[in-house]
Design a protein. Sequence first.
Length: 184
Amino acid sequence: MDRIYAAGHSLGGMTVLQLAGAKYDALTHQSACDQNPEGLVCSILNEWNIGKTPQDIAALSQDLTDPRIRAIVSLDMGGAQVFSDQSLAALTTPTLIYAAPAGHVYMDKNSRLLKAKMPTNTVTYLEPIGYTHFDFMGLCTEKGLDILKKFEPQDVEVCIDGRDIRATKHRDVVKTITSFFDGL
């Protein structure tokens, strides 16, 4: 049981950070969303009513730290602005952070925020040129892009370069993550 790792993409990045010891802070969450209410993460959390009731705040504030987890990977995470600065500064779990600077989702800002608030000796930070938020998702089918263009044009970005180019990126990501874990 020494090699238990966790990885999360987008809001799944919040989960792996909580497993490593990051603590949700309702005041930090509210302050960040007051400053940028139209930001994607705040819009999503508001739309889904996350952190709106005392019961939900209590559930989010639970300590989810799992000491069995030896390292984590955050793949273009969303939600870094909901954690207390103190809990991020206290993290000791080795963390590989991927940010995806290309495309129109802009979650890379969350990854940069996370990197800035965590101890530098625990973080390996990567921001590969040309990666988008959706490059960490599965491959699109051959018909995926056409289906999105026809039925969900606002989501077409999900499948742009979503096959061969994405498969190449997946191989690179798997190689990097494996190397990161093997180096611990």
